[in-house]
Design a protein around this ligand. Structure first.
Ligand SMILES: [Zn+2]
Length: 250
């Protein structure tokens, strides 16, 4: 089946938006949203939003920044939502912003990874400052479906990501973030997906799905191809990922 959406946001915190904005995104027939969650409560909320929007795929998970506050019961309850969710996220490891909780993060991440393998779900993975650590956990667990969100890690890892069949999310931050431009220059188009991480703010930018066309334009410029080529590559990459996960929206 062909994916009919032209604008694809593989990582957005939809639950953080107000009702009106959520409704606007939901009504956009050209926009596909993979809505990530941050903790147990937002996982429940994201699943509820997705029930009313056919262009929203819901992720359940506990963000590494929230792991410090989360209890063992929160973890269990969030894991119990995985079967109903379309995918798992936002989960991962972070040595850059929250290094103090790292050992607890590893424990939580491993549980989500195990659940992803068991239920054949995609993982939307946060890996700030822990790029190799994350890939090691995913690969040793035999994960087949993963998107490394906002990848700005070492370029040599692109080959590992490609060999593993994973993708990387290109964020609109590419408008101002040099590291992100370097990644896109080095990575094959077959590895790229678009994302927003909205409504997160980055260096004065309010990130959101409306910045995806500009993100595509910059990718095209860096690759010296027509934007249509990038649109089609991303559409086809998303189609490949969602088909393998058996969550292609109709
Ligand atoms: Zn995020």
């Amino acid at each position: 089946m062909r994916l009919k959406y032209g604008m694809i946001d593989t990582h957005v915190h939809l639950w953080e938006y107000d009702e009106q904005t959520i409704n606007t995104y939901c009504a956009n027939g050209n926009l596909l949203l993979m809505a990530v969650s941050d903790d147990l409560e937002s996982s429940r909320r994201t699943l509820e939003i997705a029930r009313g929007c056919k262009n929203v795929l819901a992720g359940a998970g506990i963000h590494p920044w929230e792991v410090g506050k989360a209890s063992e019961d929160d973890l269990k309850a969030t894991l119990s939502l995985v079967r109903e969710a379309h995918f798992i996220g936002e989960v991962g490891l972070d040595k850059l912003f929250v290094p103090k909780t790292f050992s607890k993060q590893v424990k939580f991440f491993e549980e989500f990874v195990e659940s992803a393998v068991r239920h054949s779900k995609i993982l939307s993975v946060h890996a700030a400052g822990a790029w190799s650590d994350v890939l090691e956990v995913l690969r040793s667990a035999g994960v087949k479906l993963a998107v490394i969100h906002w990848f700005t890690g070492p370029l040599h890892l692109l080959k590992v990501i490609e060999d593993s069949g994973y993708f990387i999310g290109v964020n609109p931050a590419i408008m101002v973030q040099n590291k992100s431009r370097k990644v896109v220059k080095a990575a094959p188009l077959s590895l790229l997906l678009t994302e927003s991480d909205g409504p997160y703010k980055y260096r004065g930018m309010k990130l959101g799905p409306e910045l995806i066309p500009e993100t595509i334009r910059i990718i095209a410029e860096l690759k010296s191809v027509n934007p249509d080529v990038v649109y089609e590559a991303i559409r086809s990459n998303a189609e490949n990922l969602l088909t393998r996960a058996e969550i292609m929206p109709s």
